[in-house]
Design a protein around this ligand. Structure first.
Ligand SMILES: [Fe+2]
Length: 281
């Protein structure tokens, strides 16, 4: 499941690989700026993540003096641009027509944060709804461990397809039509006009994915089953379609996470949408 690579591959991503770069393939913020992210934001945190929304040009998660907020916003904006540039040139067909989502800095220790189970990164899940409705479009995430001395630790219990075939029936997530109603379609079309509209949008696909996400986090027997463990060393980077590969971050502090929504039509292999809609056996 983990592949050490120098260049990303669309096919490997679609097959459910976690692609790891031993050194981050994009230039990182300077040592001083990294230190500012790790140590300068703590007193001003209002949420678990500090996030830059490129389309809305908005920073969330901080209540800070203007100079602190401006520096954090600039660093995340610049990192987001570098990641985008790298991915667009590395996997041009897959990124065509994509929507850049947030660039977030995660400053808190992931181990033992004691969040509610649906918000916890420590429980294995596939991503659904955290960034709003996708209607079947894919969630691509690019991570960098910005901790200078400690690994970031993930576990996985397999791909969406494996888990859905094994647990879909008990989770009440079976295959069947995913066409929105005419009202649902019109509602989504109106929301899509606004940069943040995705966050309050919904669809039959997103509700079914969310149900599976919640079932995973709410089912102790599932969480206690066997997992694979991955350690991402300081300054390494990795990327994965997080709606297609189950994951949990169980340990680590200080990561940069870029999220992108990739059009479903760019996929060459069956995606969760095709499986849930019953379009692929
Ligand atoms: Fe996740």
């Amino acid at each position: 499941m983990l592949q050490l690579v120098e260049k990303p591959s669309q096919e490997a991503l679609e097959r459910g690989a976690i692609l790891q770069f031993s050194r981050c393939p994009v230039e990182l913020p300077s040592a001083e700026d990294q230190q500012f992210l790790r140590e300068g934001l703590g007193p001003f945190l209002r949420r678990k993540n500090v996030s830059w929304y490129p389309l809305a040009e908005k920073l969330t998660g901080l209540q800070a003096p203007a100079s602190v907020a401006a520096r954090a916003g600039r660093l995340l904006r610049e990192h987001s641009l570098r990641v985008r540039e790298f991915l667009v040139s590395a996997i041009p067909e897959f990124t065509r027509g994509w929507e850049p989502g947030t660039c977030s800095f995660r400053p808190l220790e992931e181990k033992g944060r004691g969040l509610s189970s649906h918000a916890s990164n420590e429980l294995v899940h596939v991503d659904a709804g955290a960034y709003g409705a996708t209607h079947g479009d894919r969630i691509l995430r690019f991570f960098v461990n910005l901790n200078p001395s400690r690994d970031r630790i993930w576990i996985s219990k397999g791909s969406f397809e494996e888990l859905w075939r094994r647990h879909g029936a008990s989770a009440g997530v079976v295959s069947g039509g995913l066409e929105p109603t005419p009202f649902g379609r019109a509602y989504s079309a109106v929301l899509r006009v606004f940069p943040m509209g995705r966050v309050i949008d919904t669809s039959p696909y997103d509700r079914r994915m969310r149900r599976f996400h919640n079932w995973m986090k709410d089912t102790p027997a599932f969480q206690e089953g066997p997992s694979q463990r991955f350690a991402f060393p300081p300054y390494s980077a990795w990327m994965v379609l997080t709606d297609g590969v189950s994951h949990a971050c169980i340990e680590g502090q200080h990561a940069l996470v870029d999220t992108f929504i990739v059009p479903l039509k760019n996929c060459k292999l069956p995606a969760p949408y095709h499986l849930l809609a019953g379009l692929r056996a």
